[in-house]
Design a protein around this ligand. Structure first.
Ligand code: ATP
Ligand code: MG
Length: 297
């Protein structure tokens, strides 16, 4: 029975089809997160479709803008896109998991010599963008009437050539804006890579998806955490343990030298530097920090 269940769970006919970006800022990370989740892909990224030999999954390589539509039309079951593309084109589908990479924001920008006095500036002005839906939602919400000029690429040059008074586009470091003589004036949304999908997946595919998500969460948790080992003076052990709680609680072992213990634990990357400084202040020594390959959460 157990064997049969396992067989049907990973029925050879049944595969989950995931759409990822063919070539661009999301492609490399999308492939590598699958690889780290133990999903090896048989043929190169030049193909439209590749199959995994190690997991019941097929990968479809597409332009990122097309992925929401393919998921909605059930050609793909899930996809990896920027949250910005989901917000623009993701009606009727949903975010299944946040992946934390390709972080950027969607912002309004105007020429740097302009005196900007708040969103009302855009009343009766022209804004160039590739994200008309998100922009319209923002302007409606603020009660601003502006003309949205949709263009598909090189939005940042629009004010310079007299096509628009401002732009609404992706910003990460801001250097493209500066290079084009623009200033960022409003951050409208923040974005990161996300897995998108439909709510109506059939049971077999849902079970493959749950397995995939379990693996991906383990990979993400591992990247966001570090294993830490240190030597602590016993009289400061309580304070040291209180600042590194660990997954359950830290492992504490006596050192050969009396009065000292070895403490092992897990630290999140975001708290890392602050905690290291506190540990040193409490007299911790020989601090080792080690990357974690997988973390089962
Ligand atoms: P395609 O040819 O597939 O349509 P594209 O040119 O529309 O690609 P890319 O520039 O490859 O898109 O960006 C893909 C996604 O990566 C964006 O939708 C956004 O979520 C994210 N992104 C874009 N620029 C940056 C950046 N500078 N830093 C981090 N993430 C970014
Ligand atoms: Mg695109």
């Amino acid at each position: 029975m157990q064997i049969l269940q396992t067989f049907f769970r990973f029925n050879i006919m049944e595969k989950l089809r995931i759409a990822i970006q063919k070539s661009g800022r999301l492609s490399e990370k999308s492939v590598s997160i699958l690889k780290e989740a133990g999903i090896s892909l048989t043929n190169g990224e030049r193909k439209l479709l590749s199959v995994s030999g190690s997991f019941p999954i097929e990968v479809l390589y597409l332009r990122d803008d097309d992925i929401p539509q393919y998921v909605r039309d059930k050609v793909a079951d899930i996809g990896i896109v920027g949250e910005n593309v989901f917000a623009e084109k993701g009606n009727d589908i949903e975010i299944i998991e946040r992946l934390g990479f390709s972080r950027c924001r969607l912002s309004l920008a105007v020429p740097k010599q302009v005196t900007y006095n708040g969103p009302a500036f855009f009343n009766n002005r022209k804004i160039a963008t590739s994200y008309p839906v998100i922009l319209k939602r923002y302007l409606d919400d603020k009660g601003i009437k502006a003309e949205i000029h949709e263009i598909s690429g090189s939005v940042e040059i629009a004010p310079g050539i007299g096509l628009a008074d401002g732009i609404f586009d992706i910003v990460s470091s801001g250097s493209t804006l500066i290079g084009n003589g623009l200033q960022e004036v409003e951050v409208v949304m923040k974005s990161e890579a996300v897995i998108i999908g439909r709510s109506d997946l059939q049971d077999g595919k849902k079970s493959i998806l749950n397995d995939l998500l379990f693996r991906i969460r383990s990979v993400l948790a591992a990247t966001n955490n570090k294993y830490i080992l240190l030597n602590a003076p016993n009289d400061k052990l309580d304070q040291i343990i209180s600042i590194i709680p660990g997954m359950k609680s830290p492992t504490v072992m006596p050192l050969a030298e009396s009065g000292w213990s070895s403490v092992h634990s897990v630290l999140s990357e975001s708290q890392f530097w602050q905690i290291i400084n506190e540990l040193r202040a409490y007299g911790a020594q020989g601090i080792l920090v080690i990357p974690i390959e997988k973390m089962i959460v």
